[in-house]
Design a protein. Sequence first.
Length: 125
Amino acid sequence: MEGNARTRFTPKQRAELWDRWKNGQCVADIARALERRNKSAVYRVLALNGGIAPAARRRAPLALALEEREEISRGLAYAEGRGVKRDAQQAYGWMLRASRRGHAPAIAYVKDIEAKLNKKRQPRD
């Protein structure tokens, strides 16, 4: 079976498809302009979205970046001894980095560790 591989639209082609659809071109004309053998691929994209161009995808404002997730993951791994030897100093260091980026659970973790350290440092009467 030769030639059965589905060819996807590039982001540029999708943008052109929606521009042409918005300007009132028919599905067959759009398919010809995008050099498609038939109009079914164009129709499929239009049908999946109800003929309305989807909004541009973007990250949620509170979503963590890869680096942030990695810092938190490493901090937790050292704190709990998952896959590495338990090391409170390493855990504190990684969580401190994450807290500087504004991650609330990491900030709480750092404050908790600092409170425990301050308790140990206070001289007893």
